[in-house]
Design a protein around this ligand. Structure first.
Ligand code: NAD
Ligand code: ZN
Length: 367
């Protein structure tokens, strides 16, 4: 399984974090230490949801020299979107800001990471889709998650889709890891219920995939076990969005991100990536849909997942592949099987013997 030998065995975590209700108010202080006379500007990427949220914007103490970009979240980031942002920022003189801050969910945090990397590394976003390709550390970067589950605040990747090649892959590098994160559970109180479940379950799914995989790391396993434990408590309780549970899920998301930064996902993510690339479904809902077809591979977790989904009364779409044609199934197969690392992690070097084209299509039909 040589394919799994990357730099993830020498683990880098985020340098600093703060956690607690109201911790967003500390952000200007963290920035103050970075703002110098010559390098004063900061760039804020903020989830478009907060465009009119005076309460949050007031805490940020944005200065006149700063740049604020509201990130659209209907679609996940593409390499072209990242390249456009970098080009515009350079044109406007924001080549060397003192910091980049990403405030939002996985999309916004990933945009902040990718732009930070590209302001210090020549070329285009697609040049760095892969493992350990970046040459220089990015701009100092801070994450403020406003929805919990993906662990994007903790991982060494930023997921982007290349529309030309159909490749959904991030810049996996130690340079992608945030320097500072601020976890303020107050921020996730406004997340819609279904979305809260879909994104929250990304933490659970990362960790069940990692713990069932071939590539293990003792510390990663410990992070995974605690993440799964927290998710069980949250999603088996009456109100998954209570203050306590939102706080717990922020921790689970962070720990799940730490877990996945030292290991690989398994079967759910490659199939989910297929749904995202071919049918345009967003990552976390696509994971939940994929779980419909996972009883054969993760029987215990399959039962547990659907018990939690029933308990929380969330809607997970079904039969989404019922009316697809042969060409679309072909695309789904290709977009899934391309993910060699997680599939090797789940099934071993000869994963293609298990996941024949016929088998892959049958799995998609089960969704
Ligand atoms: P998201 O960024 O896709 O946002 C989901 C929705 O929630 C959006 O409509 C957004 O506007 C809304 N939202 C966010 N915070 C809110 C709040 N406080 N109140 C109300 N609405 C709010 O969220 P996500 O599920 O966290 O991220 C998915 C993305 O993360 C995908 O692009 C996926 O590829 C990526 N991802 C990255 C990693 C990584 O390690 N970098 C890991 C997993 C997934
Ligand atoms: Zn995920």
């Amino acid at each position: 399984m040589d394919i799994l030998k990357t730099k993830i065995n020498n683990v880098r975590n985020v340098s600093r974090y703060t956690i607690g209700e109201g911790s967003l108010a500390d952000l200007p202080n963290h920035l103050m230490t970075k703002r110098k006379k010559t390098k004063k500007q900061a760039i804020f990427f903020i989830d478009q949801y907060f465009k009119n949220s005076s309460i949050i914007l007031k805490f940020l103490k944005i200065e006149n020299c700063d740049k604020v970009i509201f990130v659209p979240t209907e679609n996940e980031p593409t390499t072209n979107y990242i390249d456009d942002q970098v080009m515009l920022l350079k044109k406007q003189g924001f080549n060397k800001p003192c910091a980049i801050i990403g405030i939002g969910g996985g999309i916004t945090m990933d945009v902040a990471k990718a732009v930070s990397n590209l302001l210090t590394n020549e070329g285009k976003a697609e040049d760095y889709q892969g493992w350990d390709l970046l040459k220089n550390p990015g701009i100092f970067k801070i994450a403020v998650p406003t929805i919990s589950g993906t662990g994007a605040e903790a991982t060494r990747t930023c997921v982007m889709t290349n529309k030309d090649t159909g490749l959904k892959l991030g810049m996996n590098s130690d340079f992608t890891v945030f320097d500072q994160i601020i976890m303020d559970p107050k921020l996730s109180s406004t997340v819609p219920k279904n979305q809260y479940f879909y994104t929250g379950m990304d933490a659970y799914i990362h960790c069940i995939e990692s713990k069932n995989g071939n590539y293990r790391n003792a510390v990663g396993d410990a992070f995974s076990s605690q993440t799964i434990h927290l998710c069980r408590e949250i999603f088996s309780s009456k109100n998954m969005m209570s203050d306590t549970n939102r706080s717990k899920l922020m921790v689970a998301s962070y720990l799940g991100g730490c877990a996945i930064a030292t290991s690989y996902v398994g079967l759910v993510h490659p199939f989910s990536a297929g749904l995202s690339v071919v049918l345009g479904l967003n990552h976390c809902i696509a994971n939940c849909i994929t779980m419909r077809a996972m009883s054969e591979f993760y029987p215990y977790e399959y039962d547990e997942f659907w018990t939690m989904a029933d308990k929380q009364n969330v809607e997970i779409p079904k039969s989404i592949c019922d009316n697809l044609n042969e060409e679309e199934f072909d695309k789904l197969y290709k977009a899934t099987i391309i993910h060699e690392k997680p599939l090797t992690n789940a099934l071993g070097d000869d994963f293609r013997n298990v996941l024949t084209k016929k088998k892959v299509i049958e799995i998609f039909r089960r969704m």
